[in-house]
Design a protein around this ligand. Structure first.
Ligand code: TYD
Length: 207
């Protein structure tokens, strides 16, 4: 099975992702976990261009294509082989991030990002995407002072990112699950596990 964690920066993705992986492993799943962009050699090189603070101009469409190109490599080099070997894949971000950060919060059309990403991922979609949702002010406090290129875009941008995730979740209620990340981490983890357990059970019934 294939799960994705999404959300604004500072929503607590890493903590919940680690807990989720531990939970899956405790149930006997063989888990492959990756970060998008990253986790492949090409992906890490593109991640450095995209996230480091530098003075190189990057057009928004270029930015969208680079995030997406890193994803193609991740799909082909890691995700597809892992799923073929019946492993459980857990990703830190996937195509919703591009739709939201480069689309909703920037000036590209979400539809064109969807089109490009359908090609780039060969149509590979997760079984579930968890959006960790949190007010922007709280998230910014959690991030602290050392901001990367994207985080430096400020609170107005992050508000659009948050709204974008909520809009996309409403469009795809069977695939994208919004979790209130301002709750105690134990409750957040529990909510995620309840949704995942149901999907895992449904899958077992089907097979
Ligand atoms: P993130 O995944 O939050 O990693 P870290 O916790 O190491 O900062 O950082 C990735 C950043 O890139 C984050 O600000 C979201 C942004 N991003 C996009 O703008 N578009 C994308 O398609 C993806 C995958 C990420």
């Amino acid at each position: 099975m294939f799960f994705v964690f999404e959300g604004i920066d500072g929503a607590g993705k890493s903590t919940q992702l680690n807990r989720f992986n531990g939970w899956l492993e405790s149930m006997g799943h063989e888990v492959v976990t990756c970060a998008d962009p990253g986790s492949t050699e090409v992906g890490e090189a593109l991640r450095a261009i995209l996230l480091a603070k530098h003075s190189m101009p990057i057009h928004m469409r270029t930015e969208m294509m680079l995030f997406t190109a890193a994803r193609t490599q991740l799909v082909e080099e890691i995700i597809k082989p892992a799923l073929a070997a019946e492993k459980t894949v857990v990703l830190d971000r996937y195509l919703w991030s591009t739709v939201v950060y480069q689309g909703h919060a920037s000036d590209l059309s979400s539809d064109s990002i969807w089109q490009v990403n359908r090609i780039a991922t060969d149509g590979l979609m997760p079984d579930a995407t968890f959006v960790l949702d949190l007010p922007v002010d709280t998230a910014m406090e959690r991030i602290g002072k050392s901001l990367d290129r994207m985080e430096s875009r400020g609170t107005e941008y992050m508000q659009k990112v948050r709204d974008g995730f909520l809009t996309e979740a409403k469009r795809f209620p069977d695939q994208v699950f919004v979790v209130d990340a301002s709750q105690h981490p134990d409750h957040v983890a529990q909510e995620i596990q309840t949704v995942a357990q149901k999907l895992i059970d449904d899958r077992q019934e089907d097979s």
